[in-house]
Design a protein around this ligand. Structure first.
Ligand code: ZN
Length: 328
């Protein structure tokens, strides 16, 4: 089965778009992060992803929601979704060709535990297209519990010193994971409105959070604030800085690179989990996308697998595609 990187993932044989970067009449969408969703005419997605896309403005899209493992017939193939463990509702997409070949697209994923998203389930596949954002050995993430304990004690120390801790975290996924991990922190938690909107979707899909308040501009904070880093460019941020003694930190996997204060909580897989993903899928052929795609593919080839960055895929017959692999 050919697969191409053409502003998203395209399977030409079945006229199938996955996470297209451009609006299409119909597409499958793994999750509602901006680099994966567009406002298509029709979208096939998990119920939580559909709800989050609606919350993020996809109001004219017609949604077709699929339960995990439910197979939908598609131009002679069958397509199904499996949980990816990245954010709530995030999906891997399995395409079963009419010849029985199984192509698995990972979307964004992680194998580590989570309080706010489903546990990943990796189906067997012949060919995998996988994200390799953190595809170097230096990226190994600590356990969620260890990072959350660091975050809680950092916040407690700040509050004890009459400072206001601010955690910069993305409004979909990271914010909810941090919020779920602050359930017994012993100080008030406020979240930005963008985070609160997505928290409401999570709550409707069964994720429970400890009480929190939605931050109002001009409000006096007595505990921690969760917001995105872009908020530093808002007018209200200057007022917050003027009236509070702020102590800020990023919540990001890139904290492993050092630099500014940060906590290495990521919703992506670290290096050894990327390797484990390939093993769990059973695939012998791997296309890589995002981040260290060329480097990770080279590591897989050193292990005897066929692997290449998806940007190098060409619309060719299967045999020619194989020769592309072997030529690398
Ligand atoms: Zn994502």
């Amino acid at each position: 089965m050919d697969v191409l990187s053409r502003g998203g993932i395209f399977v030409p044989q079945y006229d199938l778009w996955l996470d297209s970067h451009h609006s299409r009449p119909v597409a499958f969408v793994t999750h509602a992060h901006a680099d994966h969703m567009k406002k298509h005419g029709h979208v096939y997605a998990s119920p939580a992803t559909a709800a989050m896309m609606r919350a993020r403005g996809a109001l004219r899209t017609r949604f077709h929601t699929l339960d995990w493992g439910e197979r939908v017939a598609w131009n002679g193939a069958h397509v199904s979704l499996y949980p990816a463990g990245h954010v709530l509702g995030s999906s891997q997409i399995l395409v079963e060709g009419r010849d029985g070949e199984r192509l698995l697209y990972s979307g964004d994923f992680k194998l580590r535990e989570s309080r706010s998203s489903e546990t990943i389930e990796v189906p067997q596949a012949d060919v995998v297209v996988m994200e390799t954002t953190f595809g170097r050995p230096r990226y190994e993430f600590p356990s969620l519990e260890n990072v959350m304990e660091d975050i809680r004690s950092w916040c407690r120390d700040a509050v004890a010193q009459k400072r206001t801790p601010v955690l910069f975290c993305y409004s979909l996924g990271k914010g909810q994971e941090v919020l779920a991990g602050l359930h017994d922190c012993g100080f008030p938690v406020a979240v930005h409105t963008a985070h609160a909107k997505i928290c409401a979707v999570y709550a409707r899909h069964g994720v429970s959070f400890a009480p929190f308040e939605t931050f109002q501009e001009g409000q006096r904070l007595g505990g921690v604030l969760l917001c995105s880093k872009q908020c530093m460019r808002s007018k209200w941020w200057y007022e917050l800085e003027r009236t509070h003694s702020l102590q800020c930190a990023d919540v990001s996997g890139w904290a492993l690179d050092g630099g500014s204060r940060g906590f290495a909580l990521s919703d992506h897989a670290g290096y050894s989990d990327l390797m484990e993903y390939v093993r769990l899928s059973g695939a012998k052929k791997v296309w890589t996308t995002h981040g260290f795609d060329a480097e990770f593919a080279a590591d897989l080839r050193a292990l005897g697998l066929e692997a290449a960055p998806l940007t190098q895929a060409k619309k060719t017959a299967g045999a020619e595609q194989l020769s592309l692999f072997s030529g690398l």
